[in-house]
Design a protein around this ligand. Structure first.
Ligand code: CTP
Ligand code: MN
Ligand code: MN
Ligand code: MN
Length: 371
């Protein structure tokens, strides 16, 4: 039987393996507390306060040392009343009533559990919760629930894909895709992006960009890569989305808007990556492979720099950069393009540095983008 426990220790965006522990309150760094509050607002679809707490967590992260006194907290930028109140409470008593209430809230725990499944977002989680479902086994036993393909794979590979991916595993995945690409065409290029490009040691997936040497030549690339992975017998799941990119469309105002380039969300079987499963292992499980989530995106070559900048993240960094472009430069930036509203024209770029130049910013190294 499937049985999972909520992890109350790390409620970060990066999903850790569910810990088999009773609910305990071993919090609380300020950052963790803010992340819990942000996530709770996200579940209630209150974007304003959610982003306010995410920004606050990001401000704390950017500091050279942890905030330990109310005095130090007073001078920080970007913090609203609510944020300051929570901060004060934690600095005074080492805990926050509001955060603890959320962590022990049955609805929060259930939504957190459900959204930890690949393919299950806040809306679906909410729907299942409203129907009185509280655990994976209840969801899986409910005859009236139809799981889509992504969710089916999410449950099937839950243990593996909720376990962090290491840098070495990311490299191994990169090599597999690279070999597939080189067998298809000699002039395509593969670039590692996402958290690993920012220098992170662990991630929840592997993000890769694949481009051809000339615009237009990337067209069948992803489908051919997918075919190759299928033939190798290592494709456990694939959702392919064809390009809907339109060069005349202005960059989106909304950050969470769709990415229009051809892309696919995969689960790959990575051989020789035996995980020491410790607490989480099923008895007698001695397989020599693990499932890994992989994202591939394939922009035309002349838009590569925007895709690289957009997919390198972090999400908070991208949000801040787009906001800066819009408010300080009257420019619209997204994963596809940069548009100057004053000159009413698109600005071209072949490197990330070109984009920072257009924005009048010094180049920011990927490892400095962990906002
Ligand atoms: N992204 C995007 N459009 C998507 C998916 C992702 O623009 N359809 C961007 C996100 O904005 C993010 C980057 O791609 O900046 C990487 O996304 P993700 O893999 O979710 O996050 P990471 O920073 O790589 O973190 P993790 O280590 O958890 O994978
Ligand atoms: Mn956790
Ligand atoms: Mn990633
Ligand atoms: Mn990703």
């Amino acid at each position: 039987a499937l049985q999972f426990f909520m992890c109350h220790i790390c409620c970060s965006r990066l999903r850790c393996p569910p810990l088999r522990l009773p609910p305990v309150f071993v919090l609380l760094s300020l950052q963790d507390a803010f992340e819990v509050l942000a996530e709770n607002y996200e579940f209630s679809e209150m974007e304003g306060p959610c982003l306010a707490f995410r920004r606050a967590a990001s401000v704390l992260k950017s500091l050279p040392s942890a905030v330990e006194s109310l005095r130090a907290a007073q001078d920080l930028p970007c913090l609203g009343e609510h944020t300051k109140a929570v901060m004060e409470e934690i600095l005074r008593c080492g805990r926050s009533f509001e955060v603890e209430k959320i962590l022990s809230d049955e609805r929060f725990q259930t939504l957190k559990l459900f959204t930890s499944v690949f393919g299950v977002g806040p809306k679906t989680a909410e729907k299942w919760h409203r129907r009185g479902l509280r655990s994976f086994s209840e969801v899986l036993a409910e005859p009236s629930i139809h799981l889509n393909r992504m969710q089916q794979s999410g449950f099937l590979h839950y243990g593996d894909i909720s376990r962090a991916v290491s840098k070495a595993e990311a490299r191994a995945v990169g090599n597999i895709i690279d070999e597939a690409v080189r067998a298809i065409t000699p002039d395509a290029m593969l670039t590692l992006t996402g958290g690993f490009r920012r220098g992170k040691e662990f991630g929840h997936d592997v993000d890769l960009i694949v481009t051809a040497a000339e615009p237009g030549r990337e067209q069948n690339l992803l489908s051919e890569i997918i075919d190759s992975l299928k033939k190798q017998g290592i494709l456990l799941f694939c959702e392919y989305q064809a390009s809907t990119f339109d060069t005349t469309k202005l960059p989106s105002h909304r950050f969470e808007a769709m990415d229009h380039f051809a892309k696919c969300f995969l689960i790959l079987r990575l051989e020789g990556s035996r995980v020491d499963e410790g607490l989480h292992s099923a008895e007698g499980d001695s397989r020599n492979w693990r499932a890994v989530r992989v994202d591939l995106v394939s922009p035309p070559a002349d838009h590569f720099a925007f895709t690289l900048l957009g997919w390198t993240g972090s999400r908070q960094f991208e949000r801040d950069l787009r906001r800066f472009a819009r408010l300080e430069r009257r420019m619209l930036l997204d994963n596809h393009a940069l548009f100057d509203k004053t000159k009413k024209e698109f600005l071209t770029a072949t490197t990330e540095k070109d984009i920072f130049d257009h924005l009048g910013l010094e180049y920011i190294e990927p490892w400095q983008r962990n906002a």
